[in-house]
Design a protein. Structure first.
Length: 98
């Protein structure tokens, strides 16, 4: 890693998070082109739209919206691009309660 790309300051607080269940993962419902609606670090609520899958092989088909099944912080986010059914498109975590 180049020295100029390293953070200049040390964070004041370390955040410890956990993944409590499978509900913290959002999976692509079908193959297509995934368009995310959220970004890394966003705080989201259960039921909130995560993104949508477009069907480039069938443009007349309406996109399918994916939703979060839990509330938390987005710690992994799929970029805009091709997905297959079952691909993880987002991953949540919540603060660890100890």
């Amino acid at each position: 890693m180049r020295p100029e790309s390293l953070p200049a300051e040390v964070p004041a607080v370390t955040r410890v998070v956990e993944v409590r269940s499978r509900d913290y993962f959002v999976l692509a419902p079908d193959a297509g082109l995934f368009e995310p609606f959220v970004a890394l670090g966003d705080t989201v609520d259960s039921g909130q739209p995560c993104g949508q899958v477009h069907f480039v092989d069938n443009p007349a088909r309406e996109p399918v919206v994916t939703q979060f099944r839990a509330s938390g912080t987005v710690i992994s986010q799929r970029h805009f691009g091709r997905v297959e059914r079952g691909d993880c498109v987002a991953h949540l975590a919540t603060d660890w309660k100890g």
